[in-house]
Design a protein. Structure first.
Length: 86
C-alpha cells in the first residue's frame, strides 16, 4: 500500500478554551460550596465544522469532506479561541 503525499494544502486547526459544568455531591455549607465548587476549564483542539450565534461545532478528526468525534460548545461557555493555519 502506497500513501499519496498531499500537496501543500493548508490545514486549519482551532484551539478552544472553554468552561464546563461540574456537579458536586454530598452535603456542604454555603460558604464552602462557594469556595470549592468551580467550573472546569477545558481545552479542545480540532476542525470547525460549523459555527453560529449559539455554538461552535468542533471535530477532532477530518478526512476529505467527513468529520468524526464532534463536540458542540455553547458560545457562552467559551473563554478563548485561537486559530492556526498550518
Amino acid at each position: 500500500m502506497t500513501l499519496k503525499k498531499n500537496k501543500k494544502k493548508k490545514i486549519d486547526i482551532t484551539l478552544i478554551v472553554w468552561y464546563d459544568a461540574v456537579a458536586e455531591t454530598g452535603w456542604t455549607s454555603k460558604e464552602d460550596a462557594k469556595k470549592t465548587c468551580k467550573l472546569a476549564e477545558c481545552v479542545s483542539v480540532g476542525h470547525i465544522v460549523d459555527k453560529n450565534k449559539d455554538r461552535i461545532l468542533l471535530a477532532c478528526t477530518k478526512s476529505e469532506d467527513e468529520y468524526n468525534a464532534m463536540i458542540n460548545i455553547p458560545n457562552a461557555w467559551i473563554k478563548e479561541i485561537k486559530e492556526y493555519h498550518l
